[in-house]
Ligand binder design. Structure first.
Ligand SMILES: C[S@@+](CC[C@H](N)C(=O)[O-])C[C@H]1O[C@@H](n2cnc3c(N)ncnc32)[C@H](O)[C@@H]1O
Length: 271
């Protein structure tokens, strides 16, 4: 796995810390090598990188997992994808991987952030087979009722529902188990569910500042491996099941530190 080099923008370290104008989705975009962020996002990202380097590595591991999972699914012949909580577009995006394998396939992106929608729609404007819908995973029935999503589901053919680094923004009070059950139920037989999720039961190494981590996780709900596995219900896991994301079908040898990054990934199939 290659960790992108993140170059802090100019400014004293003490000034980088407090950037209320930074935006979580754009800081993530900066972490994974995107160019959708502003100076404030790069500053906040650089601060987090200095204080909690494994958080940056975990986000990059998440994005690499997402690409490997979509590539693996495309190799199984899956050509329909719903990517919920898709984030700002950063290449290789789901549609780039999926539609290059199957040019007549379909990819529907969904995010609740209108700024993500604007960027994604601009990118896919002339891409046959790719669409974006604004939606909230906490209202899965509404999301499934959107015409672009309904068209995939109603095709009767397998669909991959991708929930990469989004369920950890959903608190228990919003019933993530119920949400994933609604999504699983709607998918045609032979469909797949892809989930990545910040781990609550993998310790962060000492090189990460605890306060920075807890601030970064203020609006996040890390979960255990068992809780993440439960999101797949009775779907059949693709080996090796739910594992630290770096360990899911790694493309190259991974180091011990990478193997222990606190983010899970898994893929399972509806029988
Ligand atoms: C960390 S990014 C993940 C982006 C991409 N899936 C990835 O793994 O690289 C999380 C995205 O989830 C979106 N998000 C957060 N809560 C959401 C919700 N309730 N419904 C839909 N999207 C949501 C955010 O706007 C953000 O773009």
């Amino acid at each position: 796995m290659t960790i992108n080099n993140v170059t802090p923008p100019p400014g004293r370290v003490s000034e980088l810390q407090k950037r209320p104008d930074a935006h979580a989705a754009r800081v993530y975009d900066y972490f994974i090598g995107g160019e959708n962020g502003l100076e404030a996002d790069r500053a906040a990202g650089a601060w987090i990188h200095m204080q909690a380097p494994d958080l940056l590595a975990a986000m990059q591991a998440n994005r690499a997992f997402l690409s490997r999972a979509v590539r693996w699914l495309a190799r199984q012949g899956v050509d329909q994808f719903i990517d919920i909580g898709s984030g700002f577009p950063v290449s290789p995006n789901t549609h780039e991987i999926a539609l290059s394998a199957a040019p007549s396939g379909s990819v529907v992106y969904c995010d609740l952030d209108p700024a993500v929608g604007q960027r994604t729609r601009a990118l896919i404007a002339d891409k046959e087979g790719a669409a974006f819908v604004l939606g909230d995973i906490r209202s899965p029935e509404e999301l499934l009722a959107q015409p672009a999503v309904r068209a995939l589901i109603n095709s009767g053919r397998p669909v991959a529902c991708v929930l990469a680094a989004v369920l950890h923004f959903v608190p228990e009070s919003a019933d993530p188990a119920g949400i994933t059950a609604v999504l699983r139920e709607a998918l045609p037989r032979g469909s797949y569910l892809v989930v990545s999720h910040i781990a609550g039961d993998i310790p962060w190494s000492d090189r990460n500042d605890e306060e920075t981590l807890s601030r970064a996780f203020e609006d996040m709900y890390p979960r255990t491996r068992e809780q993440v596995a439960d999101f797949f219900g009775d779907f059949e896991f693709v080996a090796p099941g739910v594992v630290p994301a770096t360990q899911w079908h790694p493309a190259e040898e991974i180091t011990e530190a990478e193997a222990g990054l606190a983010i899970y990934g898994g893929v399972a199939r509806k029988l």
